[in-house]
Design a protein around this ligand. Structure first.
Ligand SMILES: [Fe+2]
Length: 560
């Protein structure tokens, strides 16, 4: 189970939340989140004996169904059957039994405590992670991922402190697994969370294979339901790089990792992306008709599909929608805590998540200690001097590793652990992707912008502190910021308010004074590893890479 994480809440408010990968430095860390738990306790300045409830976002006994589903199938070859059995057995062995030992593990590691332990259903915790921190009193909720215990898609209604599931779609019918299987077909690694790459690539292609996908692979019906045809595209087999004859006949052979990306690959990505979007819009139409609610919450890995989210704005009857920044499984730790607090204990809601800064922070002294240990020379400057200076370096074409305040919860860097650059430079995307981040040329880069400037770029007001929606840039408005406009004329903005992140807002303001553009190019501060967490991680990244300056709180390091 990837992306393990821990969240601590007190009186219904988030005190601390972080993914284990940031501490262990292993992407999508799937083991027990010992370090994240320790961080939460430290941040709250408490011990495990002070914790009253612990909740896990799985019901391990239901996982037996999942193993059964993994094995159960239509006609498949002996090798394929074996692949499925291996996977099913592995899941039962590692996950099911291991989870039952979690309460014991916690007490062994963190000391005696008489907390009450709760095993909660995975998808309900996804739903809780969004609705309970949303601004809505009532909302329709759709959660979609690879799979929970056996549910892959859950329709719910949230009202006050209650969540009511109204419909489930179960394995093998899974939108997340469909997209992951396509990810693998295109030679990317679904274990590394490469689904982003398919979405980025889709913008370059034409939906040439749309009919095949929508008629033979992922089909919808009049019941606002969908069906994944695992005879044609099977997630479990895709993991073993096995694809059916039918799919190879229709799409050509799967792309090998490292093989050049062709127009055909781009068209496969575009087709799969379009079918996913249309399927979700179809589900949402059904959810709206059933609930007649105008507010929508999304969660689950599929809620990161920001291109799909953009279409929700314009093509569904829902008026407002909310996604919190850790929409994947890490966010279930938040949902689990909130489910206990609101649903089980009946405590009222009075918290809206309007920022993601719930991870660790470090003092100037700690930052300097890391710089001294690495033998780097630096200047320590007050913000009045530092921010204009950093803005100048960016305006002159420099790339900054920017580290401040509490680390973001969720996979997006939102101005506290970010690479920052000038959005006006057309070559900046290629420079950042190829020379700094060492990743594919086609990955889009996004702007952080003053919330008040969103209308200038999109032609209408927009508020998205979590960079979760792709929108079309208004005619003629994107030319001045080519590095943050994708090939299809879209952008995925983070809107920054003075309240949510005053220092970052001020830096953007300084840049606007110099350039006339109230935005910065922002991408996560990491190179082929989890986003940097501690000053030491940032220093190590700076030393091993090719960017111009590093800012750790008030300390500025220039590459010499
Ligand atoms: Fe999930």
């Amino acid at each position: 189970m990837g992306d393990s994480a821990a969240t601590l809440i007190k009186d219904g408010r988030i005190v601390a939340a972080a993914e284990e990968e940031r501490f262990s430095r292993r992407k999508h860390h799937s083991g027990f989140p010992y370090e994240a738990v320790q961080f939460c306790l430290d941040e709250a300045n408490i011990r495990m004996s002070d914790v009253e409830h612990v909740a896990l976002y799985w019901k391990p006994w239901v996982l037996r169904h999942k193993a059964f589903q993994a094995i159960k199938s239509a006609f498949i070859s002996r090798d394929m059957f074996k692949a499925r059995v291996d996977r099913g057995v592995a899941q039962v062995g590692d996950s099911y039994l291991g989870m039952l030992r979690h309460p014991k593990r916690l007490r062994e590691r963190f000391g005696p405590s008489d907390f009450k332990f709760h095993f909660l259903e995975h998808h309900q915790t996804h739903a809780a992670s969004s609705f309970f921190v949303s601004p809505f009193e009532r909302a329709a909720i759709l959660t979609m991922d690879g799979t929970g215990e056996d549910t892959t898609t859950l329709f719910s209604v949230g009202e006050g402190t209650r969540l009511k599931p109204i419909k489930r779609i179960k394995l093998p019918h899974s939108l997340g697994q469909f997209y992951s299987a396509v990810t693998n077909f295109l030679g990317f690694d679904m274990f590394a969370g490469d689904e982003w790459k398919v979405m980025g690539l889709a913008a370059y292609g034409e939906p040439e294979f749309y009919d095949f996908f929508s008629r033979r692979v992922l089909t919808t019906n009049g019941n606002h339901d969908f069906h994944l045809n695992v005879r044609v595209l099977d997630h479990h087999l895709a993991k073993h790089y096995q694809f059916s004859e039918e799919i190879v006949r229709a799409l050509g052979s799967p792309r090998k990792s490292g093989e050049d990306i062709s127009e055909r690959h781009q068209n496969i990505a575009a087709s799969a992306q379009r079918v996913l979007e249309d399927t979700v819009l179809h589900l949402l139409q059904g959810l709206y008709e059933r609930t007649k609610l105008e507010d929508l919450c999304l969660a689950g890995g599929c809620a990161f599909n920001s291109v799909m989210n953009g279409r929700i704005f314009t093509e569904t009857p829902f008026k407002r929608f909310f996604v919190q920044p850790a929409a994947g499984d890490a966010g279930c730790s938040l949902g689990a805590a909130l489910m206990v607090y609101h649903q089980k204990l009946g405590r009222p809601r009075d918290f809206v998540m309007d920022h993601a800064y719930y991870g660790p922070s470090f003092t100037n002294e700690e930052c300097r200690a890391a710089l001294d240990a690495a033998g780097l020379s630096y200047e320590t400057l007050p913000d009045e001097e530092l921010l204009p200076r950093v803005a100048r370096i960016i305006a002159d074409g420099g790339i900054i590793g920017w580290f401040q305040g509490r680390m973001e919860f969720g996979p997006r860097a939102l101005g506290n652990r970010s690479f920052l650059a000038d959005p006006r430079r057309a070559d900046m995307r290629e420079l950042l992707n190829k020379k700094v981040k060492l990743r594919e040329w086609f990955r889009p880069l996004a702007p952080s912008m003053h919330a008040e400037a969103a209308e200038g770029l999109f032609g209408r007001p927009h508020y998205d502190p979590f960079m979760i929606t792709v929108l079309r840039v208004a005619e003629g408005r994107g030319e001045s910021v080519p590095a943050v406009v994708h090939v299809d004329g879209t952008a995925r903005p983070q809107t920054v308010t003075r309240e949510a992140n005053p220092r970052y807002w001020k830096l953007i303001d300084e840049f606007a004074r110099l350039s006339g553009v109230p935005m910065l190019l922002n991408t996560s501060f990491n190179i082929q590893e989890p986003i940097v967490c501690r000053p030491e991680d940032a220093v190590k990244t700076f030393q091993g890479a090719n960017f111009d300056a590093l800012v750790l709180e008030n300390n500025l390091v220039l590459r010499r």
